[in-house]
Ligand binder design. Sequence first.
Ligand code: SF4
Ligand code: SF4
Length: 316
Amino acid sequence: MEPSAQPKDKFSDPQVTAKGERRAWVDLTALKTLWFNTGTLCNLTCANCYIESSPKNDALVYLTYDEICTYLDEIERDRIPTEEIGITGGEPFMNPDIIKIIEECLQRGFKLLVLTNAMLPMQRKKISEPLLALKERYGDQMTIRVSVDHFNQDMHEQERGAKSWAPMIKGLKWLSDNGFTIDIAGRTRWGEKEDELRDGFATLFKKEDVAIDAYNKRELVLFPEMDETVEVPEITTACWDILGARPDDMMCSSSRMVVKRKGADKPAVLACTLLAYDKEFELGATLKEADKSVLLNHHHCAKFCVLGGGSCSVID
Ligand code: SF4
Ligand code: SF4
């Protein structure tokens, strides 16, 4: 008699789940949003940074202006229907080419979303002055998304570290006072109800005179946590109907992220912003090569996207 097959671990086989069912996948329907991770270096070391950024982590090195232009050229040349560019890090305002990169995206007509902690890297004169000039020129074509984990200073600093509150408030007020289009990325990790969180943020924005509507889900985006220790089911092709979810609602159906790994000779295109270190989600060097289906073989696919309903397009 043949020995029986060993049970598989969850998320071990890209095609099949531990129970032997066909794993769900997501097709790229249209590349609407292209993200650039401009590098993992950051001025902070947040407790739950999904990409483990810190002042020392350069696992994803700075993308250069020329590297970014290669992808913008590919969009133009191949008439890819990309409408929006997202810029994330690390702290993007630490990238030496960041102003040139922002300007290039804007002058090519893309909507632009820049994720930042709004602290010192953004507040340096050599950044804030040209950034303001770009805002004057391009107006609300550019949105700056500021991470404010919680409306309460202690909670925010639990996540971001001591003395991280006042510089963030200073940067946020500067953006608001100067008429930037801003929104906020908050976290739900402390377990309050959404209404309570929005009420708390509304009070903060009123107190600090910051022009953000905390009850507008686009202006205050609340992100669930991505805790890899929580047990989650694997997503099979049958799950879409059972859960009432659709592959087209997943970020990887309409976006990709470009990164450059330390030591690599060129950047790589990943399935989404959430899985920067998992080689299985590296799809190629060009946007064309990355135009393929993504098998949902990761804990985050289940927890954050399919079950959590996270709008992954905008996490810092
Ligand atoms: S969450 Fe944002 S600010 Fe915090 S370490 Fe990560 S990249 Fe830096
Ligand atoms: S984490 Fe979400 S966006 Fe990324 S590949 Fe999985 S389902 Fe797609």
